[in-house]
Design a protein around this ligand. Structure first.
Ligand SMILES: Cc1cc2nc3c(=O)[nH]c(=O)nc-3n(C[C@H](O)[C@H](O)[C@H](O)COP(=O)(O)OP(=O)(O)OC[C@H]3O[C@@H](n4cnc5c(N)ncnc54)[C@H](O)[C@@H]3O)c2cc1C
Length: 468
């Protein structure tokens, strides 16, 4: 049967609508665990259902305790699951806290009002529901500098190896069950074999995943990505090492990005999907209250016994915790809740007439990482752009197979840059290069989400792929 182009378009539109409806139904009909009114008392209250809150809540619920998760935002939008879509959530009234720095005197000159935008997720899943999905281990020297027992680089490396099933040489079971896995999850985690001394990014390493791992990773394949290949070649040409995977080293290297994407479904793999969602289905003792914003902790003498929050209608309410309250409301809001509860330095609390319960350096030592975008002109059509992304074939490939441009984060390569120290100590990382594979339209998206002034001149040196 031959269809006219109009009929073809109709069939395509109908198929796409059905598939979108199916995705919508899948996420919105599986919300068991969400509640409208909490009980008066729980064993544990987890404040913030972001990256860390989702894991904490799932682990606590597995121990049979009564757990309340209280989240200021609502459920994430369905499109947050499509990996490439993340940037559009930044700046959203509904899903981003839209934090801005105060105008800077000595920085942010290219930004409107000299103010940097600090996006932060406001939804179940938190920032993990809108981030760029790059999986990179932190710098060992950072962990060691904290000097907190159990958080040193050696212990963290072992824990992270377990979480992400990094195996080299042979496929092997974990020696110890990673404590991050949920009950009932497989202890045996299989990963593709990576040859011990392999330097090629193409070998065996496409979808670096475990069937039931807490962290699912999709590795970008350099043989399929000319830009990534050029990036790695450039690293090599500059004398840097090019590694197979995140080697957890302070020496710096260029590598293909591994992104937290469920490669089978082509979906964002946040801790909402890995931990909270399965726990909500499994445990009736886990309650999740959304659109409710915690304002402060409630004290009885010198003990915190509960929380005060504003419900969805702006009414002040309280819930008690028999055992503990866990603050996982993100860098800024956790600090704010603590300070509003009287925990913080006097020079901050006293001018606000907040009675001091504990004089602690809460809110100090804040560190930011700056991004400096460089848009590069390409002489071949090898980047992603909106025309390629919206091609019907991409929709079909994504909806039916979970593959294609929509199933990628757009991040293809990362490099850590280090500087040698003369005192013989290990080199110190000082920067990270990230290869974003995006086309011209995304330059506009990027400048708007990053608050960059229009007059900042990206043209003609820093522009994007020539079309046609
Ligand atoms: C745009 C963007 C891109 C990023 N890209 C990457 C990346 O590629 N790789 C990477 O490793 N990291 C990335 N990050 C950082 C990473 O996502 C965060 O470090 C991580 O998600 C922080 O987790 P968290 O649990 O501390 O906070 P969040 O995940 O931010 O969770 C905090 C939660 O608490 C809720 N909350 C706040 N205040 C209250 C309140 N008063 N009452 C109730 N609930 C409250 C918030 O709504 C939110 O859901 C990115 C972050 C952003 C914003």
């Amino acid at each position: 049967m031959k269809l006219s182009w109009k009929q073809g378009l109709g069939v395509w539109a109908a198929t796409t609508s059905c598939l979108l409806l199916a995705v919508w139904l899948r996420y919105y009909l599986t919300d068991n665990g969400f509640i409208k009114e909490p009980n008066q008392t729980y064993d544990y209250i987890v404040v913030g259902a972001g990256t860390s809150g989702c894991v904490l809540a799932a682990k606590l619920a597995a121990s049979n305790s009564k757990v309340l998760v209280i989240e200021a935002g609502g459920e994430p939008p369905w499109y947050s699951w499509i990996p490439i879509v993340a940037p559009i959530l930044q700046g959203s009234e509904q899903y981003d806290w839209r934090f801005r720095t105060v105008p800077q005197k000595f920085a942010a000159g290219a930004l409107h009002g000299n103010q940097a935008f600090w996006p932060q997720g406001k939804m179940v899943g938190g920032s993990g529901q809108m981030n760029f999905l790059i999986h990179a281990t932190g710098s060992p020297s950072d962990y060691d500098s904290w000097k907190v027992p159990g958080w040193d680089s050696h212990t963290m490396k072992t824990a992270l190896d377990g979480l992400t099933c990094w195996t080299k040489g042979i496929v092997k079971p974990f020696v110890a069950r990673p404590s991050f896995l949920l009950d009932g999850e497989s202890e045996m985690c299989r990963a593709p074999v990576l040859a011990e001394n392999s330097t090629s990014c193409s070998e065996n390493a496409q979808h670096f995943q475990c069937p039931s791992a807490a962290v699912k990773l999709q590795r970008v394949n350099a043989t399929e990505k000319p830009l990534l290949k050029a990036f790695l070649d450039a690293g090599r040409a500059c004398g840097h090492s090019v590694s197979e995977m995140d080697r957890w080293s302070d020496t710096g290297s260029f590598m293909a990005s591994h992104n937290t994407i469920d490669g089978k479904a082509g979906q964002r793999w946040s801790t909402y999907s890995s931990h909270l969602m399965p726990a909500m289905k499994r445990y009736s003792n886990l309650h999740v209250l959304t659109k409710s914003s915690v304002t402060k902790l409630v004290w009885r003498r010198n003990k915190v016994i509960g929380i005060q929050y504003l419900d969805a209608d702006g009414r002040i309410k309280h819930v008690k915790a028999g055992k503990e309250i866990l603050l996982s409301a993100g860098t800024i809001k956790t600090t704010q809740i603590l300070q509003q509860s009287g925990i913080g330095p006097p020079h901050v609390l006293e001018p606000l007439d907040i009675p001091i319960k504990a004089d602690l350096p809460v809110g100090e030592n804040l560190q930011d990482h700056l991004q400096v975008p460089l848009f590069v002109e390409l002489n071949a059509s090898v980047s992603l752009n909106i025309v390629k992304m919206l091609h019907p074939r991409q929709f079909w490939n994504y909806m039916v197979h979970g593959k294609g441009a929509l199933a990628t984060s757009g991040i293809e390569g990362i490099a850590t840059l280090t500087k040698k120290r003369e005192d013989g100590k290990p080199s110190e990382p000082y920067g990270m290069l990230i290869l974003f594979n995006m086309g011209s339209i995304n330059a506009d998206v990027y400048t708007s989400v990053a608050n960059i002034k229009k007059e900042v001149n990206f043209d003609p040196t820093f522009m994007v792929e020539k079309q046609g």
